[in-house]
Design a binder for this molecule. Sequence first.
Ligand SMILES: Nc1ncnc2c1ncn2[C@@H]1O[C@H](COP(=O)(O)OP(=O)(O)OP(=O)(O)O)[C@@H](O)[C@H]1O
Length: 179
Amino acid sequence: MKIIAFVGMPASGKSEASNIARSLNIPVVNMGDVVREETARCGLPPTDENIGGTGTRLRREEGMDAIARRCVHKVHLLDSPVIVIDGTRNIEEVNYFKNQFGDDFKLVAIDASFDIRFERVKKRARSDDMCSTEELKRRDEREKGWGLDKAIEIADITISNTSSLEKFHEQVKKLLINL
Ligand SMILES: Nc1ncnc2c1ncn2[C@@H]1O[C@H](COP(=O)(O)OP(=O)(O)OP(=O)(O)O)[C@@H](O)[C@H]1O
């Protein structure tokens, strides 16, 4: 079983990469879903505040790899030669996955410049999206504060997502098929 986790700065293309995996029938374990399920288990409505608060509480009470541990449990329930984990944000999570899966775990960084990411954010217009370069900088800094840049640094493979969406799909498909 091969486990792939995508990491990258905000709007670098991680969700896009996970969707490509889904289109190839590769199961995707979403770390955000794990937090949403935990929020529901505590009987809390799924508001942004409750989901964010649950994630913070889990990491505070159980350690920075709290969500990674729940993901590994889900991975073991799946029967597939390749599984993607979506939403890794810190080095402790990466280290936990490396310990659990050894050489079967591959960390894939998706790289795109600040300006390219900002252009894509403007087009994406998701409800939590940043409207100015200052906001994207703040989001970048917040995620770096969680250790995202250190996780990116130790990736096994880096994919550059700086040209067309078609080219990116091609690169990700090639990587997933080769694994
Ligand atoms: N090569 C590309 N060309 C054009 N648009 C792209 C390309 N790659 C990604 N996009 C678009 O850019 C936006 C950001 O990508 P995506 O949502 O996958 O980023 P993400 O890394 O998951 O972001 P976040 O960390 O903020 O959730 C999306 O609307 C996506 O469709």
